[in-house]
Ligand binder design. Sequence first.
Ligand code: 0WD
Ligand code: CA
Length: 443
Amino acid sequence: MFPSKRPSSEVEVDDHEKDALFTRDAKRRIKEHGKTVATSTDESTVASQSLSYPPKNRPVKPVAIQYPTRLLTFSYDADRTLHFDDSAMKYFVNPPMNADLKYGYTRWIKRPEEKGRIDGLLKAMVKYCQDLDSSSGTLQDQSDGKPSSQWLRQMRCVSWRGVMTKTLTALYEERDGWELNVMHINNLLYLEEHLSDKRLAEKEDMTPYHRQLSYYGYSFESFSTSSQPYQPERLPGHPPGWSGDVNTNVQWCSVVKTKLGSHRLLIGGEVDCVTAKQGHGSAEYTPDNYVELKTSMAIRGANDEVKFERKLLKFYFQSFLLGVPEIVVGFRTPQGRVVSTQTFKTMELPRLVRGKPHGWDPHLCMHWGDIFLNFLLQQIPSGKKADKTHEVWRAKFIPGTGVTMKLLDEAEVQEVRAGEDRVGFLPRWYFHTIDDLTDPGPP
Ligand code: 0WD
Ligand code: CA
């Protein structure tokens, strides 16, 4: 544990102290873990800051993460149209052994790579707020604003689950950097993954080998899901268990709220399938029945095992963040044949790696995530919607180092907008719909 008393010149960022840390108007240097991590030099033109991550070998103050609560679900259809229903929900079934994951590859309808827009999530958030207001009727005391405004005012951050997974696991990431666009309006942070046109083109231009590997995951989904509980599909002209050709436009998503430290988060993400409720065999499901599907190379020796156990960190947070309790891994041969499946309980993953040299500690990730959110909240001044000319910031994660952040200039904001009708990266309709939702009202 950190000593409880420190010289004030050595404020530790992990202290939850919402004090003068990172205030823009002070010339200050913040020493963290013996390194200078943030400098600001000018009252009004602070343009970049950085946050290095804490060492992994020091115990940290526990930062709690709340088990998520589901708010609503929605579906994207084959044309990528969003529907507030469960039409894209599928049931888990055991995949046939020796299933050929190459099957159907040439018929794969691949969703083009796109910028990390959070439009679908915002639509879901607005829908939830509208439902909250209409179900509260006139019973609610509205002196403090509509029920949805009260609710939304407690939220601190909105993002896709994938972004939050990357953020929390950054501490252990040694290879892949990432960049986020960040806006802060009425005390709510909006995060989208920043994918430049160049980066998108690179992602689209996968080698045939990587494309194939990426397809294995989707065809495993087809073999492991069905439109009916407990009944693998039997489609004429296809191998047993195949539930349909892969179209990656189709997704079933769940939107949840959770809390990391003191920050309430609104997160949306894809859920692969559900197990039918015991004894029902009907369309009923709860988040307790969500299932995440993964494929991985069959483990052939100690090295493979180490690699797999490292990967479990991402599996863990990806599933935890949406409240997915089970992960079914399909182990495959290099040629894409399923040789076995294994079900992991999300909550038990940390114990599997605890104390191992390549192990990971979720508490360090949560602690880091809390530091990171504090950093964003305190560095980026919260704008008001009424301005409609909001600052967009860029947080850039550099593996092995930490995060730098800068305010984008007009040309960079234009690149983010990419010619679309947006304020920063937020769709303009959002500002119209939600104008009174997160507004804190008159001072
Ligand atoms: O930054 C993000 N996470 C983005 C998400 C950027 C752009 C779009 N999206 C979309 C996602 O495709 C999805 O519709 O937002 C929705 C929610 O995403 P998420 O759940 O936050 O995404 P993530 O956790 O990164 O990935 C979940 C699954 C993947 O499962 P595996 O088991 O492979 O981790 O979403 C799928 C994939 O099945 N997926 C994709 N499918 C097609 N194209 C892509 C992609 N680029 N990325 C993830
Ligand atoms: Ca999956």
